[in-house]
Design a binder for this molecule. Structure first.
Ligand code: HEC
Length: 102
């Protein structure tokens, strides 16, 4: 019986953690971006990957410039307005890109 309770507690804790972090930059990136940018690449336009080299070449050095690229993307990229990706989420995705794709 005790064991059963412990399992239930773990399960509830996992559920809570999952919903608290549901909007992590990584998860949002996987959901909205990774189809075209798998592993930070770019399947539509390989010259415009999310690597630091490409990003900086195209003038994106910080989170706010990355958020701008989501709001006003170049040709071939889906546009992410505030309804799809509120500022907080867009910023989380930008931070994820900055720390993940070197
Ligand atoms: C439908 C495919 C598609 C999706 C989905 C997509 N992108 Fe893009 N992305 C592109 C294309 C194509 C470009 C190149 C646009 C251009 O020529 O400026 C691009 C360019 C970029 C760039 C500029 C890269 C550089 O080196 O200049 C950033 C940053 C970026 N995308 C971020 C994102 C983020 C963040 C998401 C998710 C919120 C996302 N993209 C979703 C296709 C996509």
């Amino acid at each position: 019986m005790k064991k059963h309770l412990a399992i239930t507690a773990t399960f509830v804790a996992t559920l809570t953690a999952t919903s608290l972090f549901a909007a992590s930059g990584e998860e949002l990136f996987k959901k909205h971006c990774s189809a075209c940018h798998p592993d930070g690449g770019n399947v539509v336009n390989p010259k415009k990957s999310l690597s630091r080299k490409d990003r900086e070449k195209h003038g994106m050095k910080d989170a706010s410039s990355l958020v701008k690229s989501m709001r006003n993307p170049g040709p071939g990229m889906a546009r992410f307005d505030k309804n799809t990706l509120p500022d907080k989420d867009a910023k989380a995705v930008a931070d994820y890109i900055l720390k993940t794709f070197k």
